[in-house]
Design a protein around this ligand. Structure first.
Ligand code: ADP
Ligand code: MG
Length: 327
């Protein structure tokens, strides 16, 4: 970005680096070597694809980092630092003030320092690319491939609210009676715009869970990634899914679709052997995050969804895939 690039970085993104770190301002950041393995993850957020142009910039700053911290959480890694790539159509101080406030509030809450980045003028909308670094003992990583036959399947938090908020913001009909739409949006919007990455739970599940993933593309799709990587199948009890209470009046078919297929959830789906149920519950209690046991890993490949009576549930929704063919 011409001229103002360095002022912009200094004003909004340069902060004192933690001890032992060379942060914003040189050609590279310098970080001490990770204790254990270095965990690295990156996410790209594009205006019009991942967020609306008029979204509250403070919420966007929060979410841009939250989705990256969620990947560390799903691996059981402790966050250390991140870099920020930013493409902006203009240097809008009000927008930058809100964005950096949301970003740094979450960064500070997780002790994750911004140590560098790149800033450029965009020919189109806003684009945000964050790469986050963390560390963990590699033998305790919560890999997708770790699920074993007989493991319980667990979920943190609640499902469905982000999907419903997105449908409401898009003006989709049939989600709520017209008089209820505003209240339903108010009750679901934070789930979409301010997800809370489950970093503490991910850390507490080290040595307890066999496998984990964060639900960014919908429960069915993301659980499917664990099954594919682990070479097994699963039985999922759909009536025991922890659906957000705000969805009580949403039509049942839509509620189920939101819970099973809705993305942008950033809760953890993880597996652990039944002998460790007490340890899972202790990890949940110790981090203040509710967990629910919703299924079991089986040897036969594929995902079998069953209702309360054990009857198969068909007509399952797909998850989100940017390159999927759409009818
Ligand atoms: P270079 O030209 O060497 O790549 P830049 O001029 O792009 O460096 O950036 C100057 C410094 O500001 C670098 O330390 C870089 O990491 C940092 N920086 C640039 N953009 C951002 C940003 N959005 N957030 C944090 N740091 C940034
Ligand atoms: Mg540069």
């Amino acid at each position: 970005m011409a001229g103002g690039e360095f002022d912009l970085i200094r004003r909004w993104f340069a902060r004192p680096a933690p001890a032992g770190v060379l942060g914003v301002g040189d050609d590279c950041a310098l970080l001490p070597p990770a204790r254990g393995a270095l965990a690295v993850s990156t996410d790209l957020l594009l205006e019009g694809r991942h967020f609306f142009a008029d979204v509250d910039p403070e919420a966007l700053g929060h979410k841009a980092l939250a989705v990256n911290l969620s990947d560390l959480a799903a691996m059981g890694a402790a966050p250390t630092a991140f870099v920020l790539g930013l493409a902006l159509p203009a240097a809008d101080d009000a927008w930058l003030e809100g964005f950096s406030r949301g970003l740094f509030a979450l960064a500070d809450a997780h002790g994750c320092a911004l140590v560098g980045g790149d800033t450029t003028r965009s020919a189109g909308g806003v684009a945000i690319s964050i790469t986050v670094f963390g560390e963990l003992p590699p033998e305790q990583a919560l890999k997708r491939a770790g699920a074993r036959v007989g493991d319980d399947i667990w979920l943190s938090g609640q499902l469905g609210a982000a999907d419903v908020a997105l449908r409401l913001l898009r003006g989709e009909p049939g989600v709520a009676a017209p008089a209820q739409r505003d209240a339903l949006l108010a009750a679901t919007r934070d789930a979409l715009e301010r997800p809370q990455p489950r970093v503490a739970l991910g850390l507490a599940l080290r040595g307890v869970a066999h496998a984990a993933i964060d639900i960014s593309d919908g429960l069915l799709q993301d659980l499917g990634h664990i099954l594919a990587a682990s070479g097994c199948g699963a039985r999922l009890r759909v009536d025991e899914l922890p659906v957000a209470p705000a969805l009580a009046d949403v039509p049942p078919a839509l509620r189920r679709r939101a819970a099973l297929g809705g993305g942008d959830v950033y809760e953890l789906c993880f597996t652990a052997p039944p002998a460790r149920r007490d340890l899972v519950l202790a990890a949940a209690a110790g981090t203040g995050v509710p967990v629910a046991r919703v299924g079991v890993i089986e040897a036969a490949p594929g995902l079998r969804a069953v209702d309360d009576a054990g009857a198969p549930v068909s007509d399952l929704p797909g998850g989100f895939d940017h390159f999927a063919e759409r009818p």
